[in-house]
Design a protein around this ligand. Structure first.
Ligand code: NAD
Length: 373
């Protein structure tokens, strides 16, 4: 079978669904690979590099299996051949129109953002691989905008205090942010409703701040749930106390299927020092901070910058593409049991079942719920 790698249609997208290195791995599984002209341009992968790896440059849409990063455009969907398998981020929980559109087509569609949260599926978990990059990049953005040292110094010209960084939400992105900020010398505080993250924060050199409440627990699916009024009030008291003291706040709090919870109010932002920076990593889902503008950086009246970029992973495009491409290779390994270049969709496998939106024109979304393992 032939795998086609699309040039992304979405404006501003820098990533690509295969790199020369992942092309080599796909060939080893028995596939041919066709890459669309200049598909890797924005992530520094030239057409020549893909050809050297064994791919050809040409029409990716007419392939048997079509790889993308973002959901395809209408024109791209129209170009898929009958019986093709599309693999990309399709956001089926948020984009019902896309699900309906896919269901009208004689294709199979697999969504990389619907991989279940079980240990066995970690190697294809795009949300984790991208969140890890985004968390690191959030700190880089904050440091760039902050314009001061993160690390403390004692020099002949005087003493420089270390920056204080608060990370709200300690999932994959939050842990990456704690690690990056700590390695630059900042003092890092972090909080999350799931108390089991305390040890992880400590192991990265941060200080875990607990919100004292009866209700800190993990839900059955491994994601945080919506918190009670009692928890939210106590958390708000904690953030209000910290806001005037810290220099950087990085928020990452998400609740699957719900708008992001508001953690930092306008009053808290107003209490921060001029020159402080907030990176709201939940901006695409409504934001954790009052005043965030999705996709933009804004400066408040009291001189606080709020960064709401939604393309943080894409700001490290070569590595984001490499990790995304590796997630796809791992999916192909799962679906090519004979390593013969023939894709087999196994509905008895919970991973493949969970991410299938449409199977040969038949709507299979939503899948049965999967428990954490
Ligand atoms: P996420 O992106 O869904 O949420 C980010 C963080 O926000 C979470 O830690 C969550 O607890 C936190 N949060 C939610 N409400 C909050 C609130 N009101 N205040 C502060 N924080 C709040 O989470 P994630 O990064 O996908 O990961 C969550 C957990 O799942 C992690 O422990 C991760 O290691 C685990 N995980 C496991 C797998 C797997 O086994 N395949 C895959 C991904 C993640």
């Amino acid at each position: 079978m032939v795998i086609g790698v699309l040039k992304e249609a979405q404006a501003g997208e820098t990533r690509v669904a295969a790199t020369p290195a992942t092309v080599e791995q796909l060939l080893k599984l028995g596939y041919e690979v066709v890459v669309e002209r200049e598909a890797g341009e924005a992530s520094s992968f030239t057409d020549d590099a893909y050809v050297d790896a064994g791919a050809s440059i040409g029409d990716a849409l007419s392939a048997d299996v079509v790889f993308g990063v973002n959901a395809p455009s209408k024109a791209q969907l129209d170009g898929l051949k009958q019986g093709a398998t599309l693999v990309s981020l399709l956001s089926p929980r948020l984009d019902q129109d896309m699900v309906d559109d896919l269901a009208r087509r004689p294709i199979t569609a697999l969504s990389m953002d619907a991989v279940p949260r079980i240990s066995r599926a970690q190697s294809l978990d795009v949300l984790s691989s991208m969140a890890n990059i985004a968390g690191y990049r959030a700190v880089v953005e904050a440091a760039h905008t902050y314009g001061r040292f993160f690390t403390g110094q004692v020099t002949a010209a005087g003493k420089v205090n270390p920056a204080k960084v608060l990370v709200a939400g300690v999932g994959v992105a939050g842990l990456a942010a704690i690690g990056a900020a700590g390695s630059m010398g900042a003092i890092v505080y972090a909080t999350d409703p799931r108390p089991e993250v305390a040890d992880q924060v400590k192991s990265l050199g941060g200080e875990y701040l607990s919100v004292e409440s009866a209700e800190a627990e993990v839900s059955a699916t491994g994601y945080a749930k919506e918190m009670s009024d009692d928890y939210n009030q106590r958390a708000a008291d904690l953030y209000a106390k910290l806001a005037p003291d810290v220099d950087i706040i990085i928020t990452t709090a998400l609740i699957p299927g719900r708008p992001a919870p508001t953690l930092i109010t306008a009053d808290m932002v107003a209490s921060m020092k001029a020159g402080s920076v907030i990176v709201d990593m939940a901006a695409a889902n409504g934001g954790n901070v009052e005043g965030t503008v999705k996709g933009r950086s804004v400066v408040t009246e009291n001189g606080v910058t709020i960064i709401g970029y939604t393309d943080l992973a894409g700001r490290l495009p070569a590595q984001a593409s490499q990790l995304y491409g590796t997630n796809l290779v791992n999916l192909m390994k799962l679906m090519t049991p004979e390593k013969d270049g023939v894709l087999v969709l196994d509905f008895d496998d919970v991973v493949q079942r969970s991410m299938t939106i449409v199977r040969q024109g038949e709507l299979t979304w939503p899948p049965p719920e999967v428990q954490v393992s």
